[in-house]
Design a protein around this ligand. Structure first.
Ligand code: GLN
Length: 202
């Protein structure tokens, strides 16, 4: 089981360190040839979503990754990563992957007040520390999207099939819980993939 971390811009190293602490193998996606290897999960890190969106296109990574997400690859998008996944942005006319049926507001807490730290509950995981850095939040969700975390009444975490989108950064805290949860999803995905393969081959 291997998890890919998009590493074209932003806070990708922090995610790799979390996975390393969990003993989960990871590798970086920086260019098209990195997609030749097989992987069972993808992390879209925080950073600057406009820059990442542009680089994904320029490096010709966009379509292949979008296809994988649509086909059920487990994805964890944090902050700018969530923005890349959102089907709608309320204060930006750009849409990137658009695989997560939610409306996200960029820099939702204002530019100055957008960075803070708190502890809150995530459904299925428990209470974890959360770092918000010029963070977005989720204004509304479509049918089928499960809200897994709220802070001060605002939605900050959702799950939709194998996609998890969160507006905060767990990777700059000392809690590995969210990454563990995601690694379990990826593990499950590997098992299902292998079973499908066996059925297909029989
Ligand atoms: N404000 C950034 C954006 O809109 C996201 C910030 C972050 O990822 N920490 O892309």
């Amino acid at each position: 089981m291997k998890i890919a971390v998009l590493a074209v811009q932003g806070a990708f190293i922090e995610h790799e360190k979390m996975l390393e602490q969990l003993g989960v193998e990871s590798f970086e996606i920086r260019q098209k040839k990195d997609l030749e290897q097989d992987f069972d999960g993808l992390i879209l890190p925080g950073g600057e979503s406009t820059v990442m969106g542009k680089l994904l296109k320029e490096l010709d990574l966009f379509e292949a990754l979008q296809e994988k997400i649509k086909n059920g690859l487990p994805v964890l998008g944090t902050c700018a990563g969530l923005i890349l996944m959102a089907e709608h942005l309320s204060n930006d006319d750009k849409v990137h992957f658009g695989t997560l049926p939610v409306t996200v507001k960029r820099n939702a807490y204002g530019r100055q007040l957008g960075s803070f730290f708190t502890n809150a509950e995530v459904k299925g995981i428990g209470e974890i520390p959360m770092a918000f850095i010029r963070a977005p939040y989720i204004e509304s969700v479509d049918d089928g999207v499960e809200v897994i975390a709220k802070v001060d009444g605002n939605i900050v975490g959702v799950r939709y099939g194998n996609q998890i989108g969160i507006s905060f950064h767990p990777e700059v805290t000392d809690s590995l819980k969210l990454h563990k949860y995601f690694a379990n999803m990826a593990e499950q995905y590997t098992i299902t993939k292998q079973q499908d393969h066996q059925v297909g081959a029989a």
